[in-house]
Design a protein around this ligand. Structure first.
Ligand code: ADP
Ligand code: ZN
Length: 225
């Protein structure tokens, strides 16, 4: 896979849309760094850092952590040397304030977001996907008890790590996360449509099927060869 230029791609989609899985898949194909804000924040919680202590309760409840925290943690990661040839952002930005800040910061370096991949799935499937989800404690790879089970129950195929259910995958927190998504994140679809950056992908179907659709769409947009 050949890159046309340095790429800044955002993956947008509801919790449970499969955006994390697809972001990881496409990042590997295009040889880009995958930055998942939720993973960065969960790592901070696991490590018990000051930042982790500040964010834990928000995350368990399913609401957004304060903008200054999410913005700082993502921008810090983006400024690492391995991100120089571009990144895939997954879970960030999640509201207008974050999107505007990101645009400003990139503009300062004469960079810009190239494309926003919006993974569209029906609302009905979301709760089902989230409630069967198990995640690797070490590398954060997500599995699903029905649609993508691990080879050995409880163990990560990739790294052998232990699988666990996220505390915010409870029914109550899932409902909250979806509420927050519709209220705060959905306006970004409009924001990036107006900027002529949105690429809408049908997110129904298997992991490979959706992944191929995304790569084909990015090729059609001349983002990669
Ligand atoms: P999902 O997309 O499945 O809800 P994530 O791992 O992306 O899962 O996010 C989990 C939680 O982390 C969110 O519910 C929120 O509390 C926090 N979080 C992640 N990204 C952001 C962000 N950009 N801004 C604020 N909070 C965030
Ligand atoms: Zn793993």
């Amino acid at each position: 896979m050949r890159l046309i230029n340095n790429l800044y791609i955002i993956f947008l989609g509801a919790p449970g849309s499969g955006k994390g899985t697809q972001a990881a898949y496409v990042a590997q194909k295009l040889n880009l760094v995958h930055i998942a804000s939720g993973n960065l924040l969960r790592q901070a919680v696991e490590q018990g850092t000051e930042l982790g202590r500040q964010t834990r309760s928000y995350m368990e409840e399913g609401v957004l952590v304060p903008d200054p925290i999410s913005i700082r943690i993502v921008l810090e990661r983006m400024s690492a040397p391995d991100c120089e040839s571009g990144v895939i952002l997954d879970g960030f930005p999640r509201n207008l304030k974050q999107a505007e800040t990101l645009d400003k910061v990139l503009a300062r370096e004469a960079k810009a977001i190239d494309k926003v991949v919006y993974i569209k799935v029906s609302e009905k499937g979301l709760i089902k996907r989230l409630s069967g989800r198990w995640v690797c404690r070490s590398c954060q790879t997500p599995y699903h008890i029905i649609s993508s089970p691990p080879k050995v129950w409880g163990k990560c195929d990739r790294c052998g790590g232990e699988l666990y259910q996220r505390p915010d995958d409870t029914m109550e927190a899932v409902k909250k996360r979806l509420e927050v998504y519709f209220a705060e994140t959905v306006p970004l679809i409009d924001y990036y449509t107006r900027a002529d950056k949105l690429v809408e992908i049908d997110g129904e179907g298997g992991v490979d099927e959706v992944g191929k659709r995304i790569v084909a769409a990015l090729q059609a947009e001349k983002v990669c060869g």
